[in-house]
Ligand binder design. Structure first.
Ligand SMILES: *Cc1c(COP(=O)(O)O)cnc(C)c1O
Length: 230
């Protein structure tokens, strides 16, 4: 089932990109494996997926241990507490959910001690839903500017979770807003180098996100099925 689901999503990405005149390779597919175990992850690996997203540090540490030696790049996409960063810093591929100065400062400190540069995205709460994490859109540039000054952080782009709605216009507005902030930051001259990743689009809205310029979609349900918890 997982293989078939991945095949369907790849076809949808290709169709959407074809319609837009975009290269399908310009959209990276991240499998969001939260609540699913190594059996599911191995199925996705067999279909050629190597990027996996997780929301909880403890769950991620357990899964990582069970998949040691496999060719997996782990993305952290959940709300990150400063005191958990030390568990991730040595091996996580991309932290997608940086939304405060304090989290960024802790990443800088830990990355410096580990003598490495950490790849991050800034998460923006584009729909301003109170239940969501992410920096507010009007504070995003300020945070991006501060993060750009940290020598051990490589700011690769922005991430957002679209609104929990079936109204396509609302999703589109949120993605347009993220792209506007992205372009503004890239034009600003205060980044070390241009950001390249726009991480937006989930099961219910990834085609709209691709239309609005997404370069990375994070898909859980459409790959692994619906989650019973969380
Ligand atoms: C759970 C989650 C996803 C995947 O959501 P689906 O709707 O199952 O595709 C993507 N991004 C984040 C940040 C998530 O928490």
């Amino acid at each position: 089932m997982v293989a078939e689901n991945i095949q369907n999503i790849r076809e949808n990405i290709a169709k959407t990109c074809f319609r837009l005149g975009r290269d399908p390779q310009s959209v990276e597919l991240i499998a969001v494996s939260k609540t699913f175990g190594s059996h599911h992850i191995n199925e996705a690996l067999a279909s050629g997926i190597h990027d996996f997203g997780e929301n909880y540090v403890q769950e991620l540490l357990e899964k990582k241990a069970g998949l040691e030696g496999k060719n997996v790049r782990w993305h952290f996409i959940g709300h990150l507490q400063s005191n958990k960063i030390k568990y991730l810093i040595d091996w996580i591929y991309l932290i997608q959910s940086v939304d405060s100065e304090s989290v960024a400062a802790e990443i800088q400190k830990r990355a410096q001690s580990a003598d490495k540069t950490m790849n991050v995205l800034v998460e923006v709460n584009t729909s301003e839903e109170a239940t969501k994490f992410g920096v507010k859109p009007n504070a995003a540039l300020g945070l991006i500017k501060k993060i750009a000054l940290y020598p051990n952080i490589n700011l690769k782009g922005l991430m957002t979770i679209g609104p929990f709605t079936d109204t396509k216009d609302e999703s589109r507005d949120a993605f347009k807003l993220l792209r506007t902030i992205f372009e503004e930051a890239n034009r600003s001259g205060f980044l070390k180098g241009p950001m390249t990743i726009l991480s937006m689009g989930m099961t219910h809205d990834y085609e709209i996100a691709i239309e609005e310029g997404s370069t990375m979609i994070r898909i859980g349900t459409a790959i692994f099925g619906s989650r019973t918890q969380q």
